[in-house]
Write a protein that binds this ligand. Structure first.
Ligand code: G1P
Ligand code: ZN
Length: 543
């Protein structure tokens, strides 16, 4: 089979963000744009020759075309075997599981996660390394550098492969193995959780709704929840993956997963609700008329993991991203295990998991996971909660309220100001940075700033240093305000403001979150002049 070497012009904007390279579809459709990036990845992952790789995506618009291009480039670059999900589909956690199972050198995952899909919406590509996790900065930086001077790429000249049925094909010297995207993942879940117990719970009338948001988890949830665990048919809502996610925004939060929120509201006949995002790594957990913040979810999981088969020996440690609430810190304290605070982004958990320093980890952005893969995992979190409810025989609300009574409650919310002018966003952040010295010791009403900084993380495993990871205002009573700019947006800048307050008194743990955080929300604006600089009166999304 003929390998062509194609001349190309470098692009200067192929810098991977928090989670891979994300751009609008028309950007990816520019001449050789995708090819340049893929060749840059292959160049830096220089040990791919003769190796196995994993390939799949969340099914969004351009997924199919991209898969064909990548297969032809992989064959031209000496990959021995490419394992591909049928129809080109793989959830992010399933891809991670497959990399680990097949000892692949890495995998390419096509997704822009929770961002909308369609001809004018978002596309993305991410490289995961041999541990199954997102490539670290020490890999993505050289990729970006390479992409800025690339002048040619390699591709075989051949027809597209039919991805509609499982089985083996060859492309030149490369074997293409098209596999069922769900099997390996479902087997892994059955090892971690007590499927019999969950099945009995469904048999005795327990009812739930899972919103797949027309994204990748539809087939996974139908197989595991309905077929294997016996949840009633119709449990999975919006279960068919669509290229544009049905026009929706596949982000499992109270704003975007509105079908699910409605199903669990009022006089709902359901006991439990959950949703996942575009590529299946996020989760939202709901009880009847009750929302579990992701930070609380992580803390509840950490406190109860020993009750579930996969974690019966306890946890080696836990980790949370810096802006995630400190609820899990209190659990770690009581368990006598370490809690690590990492920058935003799953890639920072990889080293800690590989070194067995942690078993569970999570982020406030609806991401939780464990050492079973090296990605956050949406359905895994749902199964964890189901197993926990089956063991405790309590409602979601009761489980969380008992947790607060025992550990205290961390009131928590995040305010997002989306698509603001990038220059203004940079100015806001640099003004904050400049005022750090003078802010220390200042008092605003009942709150005094004990410390403030621009978060800097030293990885305890490889000692790598990540600077400028977000401005932190740490108050004397344990309250915190954090400011950072998103690294995943594709339009202007997104300012994220995270606000948290600790409440130990059970009698004061049932306030409305925005109400409880009201004074701190005002302080967040005063300190950063958000309204004045951005001209925005209110955040676009509150989670
Ligand atoms: C966001 C979340 C972050 C998550 C990432 C990928 O990144 O905040 O926690 O790891 O998406 O899902 P951000 O846009 O804030 O950089
Ligand atoms: Zn995602």
């Amino acid at each position: 089979m003929k390998i062509n070497t194609i001349k190309t012009q470098a692009y200067n904007d192929q810098e991977p963000g928090t989670s891979g390279l994300r751009k609008k579809v028309p950007v990816f459709q520019q001449s050789h744009y995708l090819e340049n990036f893929v060749q840059s990845v292959f160049a830096i992952a220089d040990d791919i020759t003769g190796q196995t790789m994993i390939l799949g995506g969340d099914g969004r618009y351009y997924n199919k075309q991209a898969i064909q291009i990548i297969l032809k480039m992989a064959a031209a670059n000496g990959v021995a075997k490419m394992i591909v999900g049928q129809h080109g589909l793989l959830s992010t956690p399933a891809a991670s599981a497959l990399i680990r199972k097949h000892q692949a050198v890495g995998g390419l995952i096509l997704s822009a996660s929770h961002n909308p899909g369609g001809p004018n919406a978002d596309f993305g590509i991410k490289f995961n390394i041999s541990n199954g996790g997102p490539a670290p900065t020490s890999f993505t930086e050289p990729v970006f550098k390479f992409s800025q001077t690339i002048s040619e790429y390699k591709i075989v000249d051949t027809d597209d492969i039919d991805l509609s049925s499982t089985g083996q094909h060859t492309m030149g010297d490369m074997v293409i193995d098209i596999i069922d995207p769900v099997d390996t993942y479902a087997e892994l879940m059955a090892q971690l959780f007590d499927f019999n117990r969950i099945r009995s719970m469904f048999e005795s009338g327990f009812s739930m709704r899972f919103d797949a948001m027309h994204a990748i988890t539809g087939p996974y949830a139908i197989e595991i929840l309905e077929n294997q665990l016996g949840a009633e048919s119709g449990t999975v809502m919006n279960g068919k993956p669509l290229e544009d996610f049905g026009g929706g925004h596949p982000d499992p939060n109270l704003v975007h997963a509105h079908d699910l929120v409605t199903a669990l509201s009022g006089n709902s006949q359901h006991d439990f609700g959950a949703a996942s995002d575009g590529d299946g790594d996020r989760n939202m957990i709901l009880g009847k008329n009750f929302f579990v913040t992701p930070s609380d979810s992580l803390a509840v999981m950490a406190a109860n993991a020993h009750l579930l088969p996969g974690y019966k020996n306890g946890l080696s440690g836990v980790a949370r991203s810096m802006p995630t609430s400190a609820a899990v810190d209190r659990v770690a304290d009581q368990l006598g295990i370490k809690c690590y605070e990492t920058p935003t982004g799953w890639k920072f958990f990889g080293n800690l998991l590989d070194a067995s320093k942690i078993t569970l980890c999570g982020e406030e952005s609806f991401g939780t996971g464990s050492d079973h893969v090296r990605e956050k995992d949406g359905l895994w979190a749902v199964l964890f909660w189901l197993n926990l409810i089956a063991v405790k025989q309590q409602s979601v609300e009761q489980i969380v309220k008992d947790h607060w009574a025992r550990f205290g409650r961390n009131y928590y919310c995040r305010h997002d100001y989306e698509a603001i002018n990038s220059q203004i966003a940079d100015e806001l952040m640099s003004r904050l940075r400049d005022s750090l010295v003078s802010l220390k010791g200042q008092t605003f009403g009942d709150y005094s700033i004990e410390n403030c900084d621009d978060f800097c993380y030293t990885d305890p495993v490889d000692n790598s240093i990540s600077e400028n990871q977000g401005i932190r205002l740490l108050f004397t009573d344990g309250s915190r305000i954090i400011y950072r700019l998103s690294g995943t947006g594709t339009e202007g800048a997104t300012l994220r403001v995270y606000i948290e307050k600790y409440e130990a008194d059970v009698a004061r743990q049932n306030e409305d979150t925005q109400q409880a955080l009201n004074a701190l929300i005002t302080i967040a604006d005063t300190v950063a002049s958000i309204k004045k600089l951005t001209g925005r009166e209110t955040p676009d999304v509150i989670t």
